[in-house]
Design a protein around this ligand. Structure first.
Ligand SMILES: Cc1cc2nc3c(=O)[nH]c(=O)nc-3n(C[C@H](O)[C@H](O)[C@H](O)COP(=O)(O)O)c2cc1C
Length: 262
């Protein structure tokens, strides 16, 4: 009896120890997978591509390989989308300009099953997540693979259903129209464009691809991510590894320009 109690106590202690040490290890490396909040790896310079090359090679990608993307790649793309860059008094500058620094955008991420790799054997749980720029973390909204629902909402555009990850940009117009009236609507749309271009350029620099999606049913997209009242969907950006790598060259660009000068 005493021997079996000792064995049970030993096994329990071992299980608690291993689960704690796994969590600690993940936290030390900047993230914790499997909980309600994922602390993303801290952002750093990941690519060697210049801004000019990224603009040169940017194009809309609609065919993906079956590969997952890496958590470091998702981390830096989200930071480029709407991450913090500087603290100024009681506000934080972001990766995009914002009329009156009102920051009306909210960023959701739809992640598929085995779509975002943490290491060789671990993936982020499939689900809908909300991005918190201040802590550079993802908060779980709901678990499950909702890519097919997003595909249905986006008028059955295949590239939405098949991409491992989609970033969905929402706006809370009131934050900007509260200060600028009707003109604030224009400002919100311009800001979403800035964020969207950052997604394109960052994805391109990492060897990933994306496409701006504006054609969808607003209410269905809001339902897919369980958006809060007042949040309106503006853009979907499916992201994945391009099926066919693409690159252009400045020789091409020069040829076009010189031809048009004739
Ligand atoms: C506001 C906006 C909405 C768009 N909506 C869609 C869309 O719903 N589906 C799609 O496949 N592409 C969409 N696109 C991508 C355009 O088709 C694409 O940018 C255009 O054909 C030029 O190609 P490029 O991006 O490769 O240069 C959209 C682009 C913008 C700017």
């Amino acid at each position: 009896m005493a021997v079996s109690l000792t064995i049970i106590a030993f096994i329990t202690a071992y299980l608690i120890y291993t689960s704690l040490s796994v969590k600690t290890r993940h936290l030390e490396r900047g993230y914790y997978v499997g909980g309600e909040t994922i602390l993303l790896p801290l952002p750093y310079v990941m690519s060697e591509m210049s801004v000019e090359e990224s603009i040169l090679n940017r194009k809309s990608i609609r065919e993906w390989s079956s590969e997952a993307i890496g958590i470091n790649q998702l981390s830096i793309i989200l930071w480029c989308t709407y991450g913090v860059t500087e603290k100024i008094g009681d506000w934080y500058r972001r990766s995009v300009p914002s009329a009156g620094a009102t920051y009306p955008l909210e960023i959701y991420v739809v992640i598929g099953e085995r779509s975002v790799r943490v290491n060789e054997t671990t993936y982020i749980d499939a689900g809908v997540y909300h991005y918190n720029p201040l802590t550079h973390s993802l908060n779980l909204v709901k678990r499950g693979d909702f890519r097919n629902d997003l595909y249905e909402a986006a008028l059955k555009q295949e590239w939405v259903g098949k991409a491992p990850v989609s970033i969905v940009i929402f706006a809370v117009y009131e934050r900007t129209t509260g200060r600028y009236g009707e003109r604030g609507v224009r400002y919100v749309h311009l800001e979403a464009g800035h964020a969207g271009q950052n997604i394109y350029l960052c994805s391109t620099a990492l060897g990933l691809g994306t496409v701006a999606i504006g054609a969808f049913h607003d209410s269905m997209v809001a339902e897919v991510v369980s958006a809060k009242a007042g949040e309106q969907p503006l853009y979907i950006f499916p992201i994945g590894v391009p099926a066919k790598p693409y690159s252009s060259s400045f020789d091409n660009v020069h040829r076009i320009i010189i031809e048009n000068r004739r």
